[in-house]
Design a protein around this ligand. Structure first.
Ligand code: AMP
Length: 285
């Protein structure tokens, strides 16, 4: 694995590979890697001749400065994991290397309603930050394929929108959420949970599973309030329990038995904010 810290060097190297007709796959991350990230690397290796991973904790997407400061960092272990997973290039830029024009007066993207619902509503500015960093990384890497996790369901939709805005040829391939055997969705933030909290955190996937199992039997408002009650009883402070159209993320009040649905949860355990989601019905085509 080649580790590159300078954007210009990365660009030069990847342009040479592209000129040779090699298909490139890109996996952007913020580090503190786990099997969820590694599943994206392995997906990329199946489809691409060269796999590029980036580790960059993007300051502009944190709406809570404490969350940014406390974001876990495990670089040495990340390098080992990526090397063992067969990653070709690790891009490890500094903030100045990515935001060479500084962190002020950054561009604004028209993300439509995606920015005012769910994560957009509860983390103001978050998706602008995601787009600001993804725009820069995509311009630099120019990947044929981009691998991102469905764990961040809304983020996948936002990045799809960004690719349209950029008129980019990059194809986004969303990959399924990797879970621990308990059902807990893997997340870098799980590292900050105590043993007790880790036990409680499993209730998020249990709640999603409950909603999935009862989608045909109960009404959507009933399922949402039962889900909220389950989580609040377990000790979570809720941002939302939502059931939405899986293709547009618009909330659904009453199910017609056909619309593809996804249930999404965001909740705090102590000061740690966890998100998860589950597709409830098959998405056709
Ligand atoms: P992050 O480092 O949290 O920014 O995540 C980097 C990429 O890994 C994003 O595309 C995430 O959606 C994806 N990811 C994070 N957790 C998981 C998981 N448990 N399963 C699959 N993909 C994941």
């Amino acid at each position: 694995m080649i580790i590159i810290k300078q954007a210009a060097r990365l660009q030069e190297y990847l342009q040479q590979q592209a000129a040779r007709g090699i298909i490139s796959g890109f996996v952007p991350t913020m580090g503190a890697l786990h099997q969820g990230h590694l599943s994206l690397i392995s997906e990329s290796r199946k489809h691409a001749g060269i796999t590029v991973c980036s580790i960059f904790v993007n300051p502009t997407q944190f709406n809570d400065p404490k969350d940014f400061e406390k974001y876990p960092k495990t670089l040495e272990q990340d390098i080992l994991l990526l090397e063992n997973a067969g990653t070709d290039i690790l891009f490890l830029p500094s903030v100045d290397e990515v935001y060479f024009g500084g962190l002020t007066n950054l561009e604004h993207y028209d993300l439509g309603y995606l920015e005012s619902i769910l994560e957009g509503k509860f983390r103001p500015g978050h998706f602008q930050g995601v787009c600001q960093v993804m725009y820069r990384l995509l311009k630099l890497v120019q990947p044929d394929l981009l691998f991102m996790g469905q764990k961040d369901y809304q983020q996948c939709m936002v990045v799809k929108r960004l690719l349209q805005i950029m008129e980019s040829k990059t194809v986004l391939i969303p990959a399924p959420t990797v879970r621990e055997s308990s059902g807990l969705a893997m997340s870098s933030r799980n590292m900050r949970l105590s043993t007790d909290q880790r036990g409680t955190a499993v209730d998020i996937s249990r709640t999603l599973q409950y909603i999935k199992e009862n989608i045909a039997a109960k009404s959507i408002p009933e399922l949402k309030s039962a889900g909220a009650e389950m989580l609040e009883k377990a000790g979570f402070k809720l941002d939302y329990v939502e059931i939405a159209n899986a293709e547009t993320l618009e909330p659904v009040a009453e199910w017609d038995g056909k619309t593809p649905l996804v249930a999404l949860v965001a909740a705090f355990l102590g000061e740690i904010r966890l998100i998860d989601n589950m597709v409830l019905t098959e998405i056709q085509g």
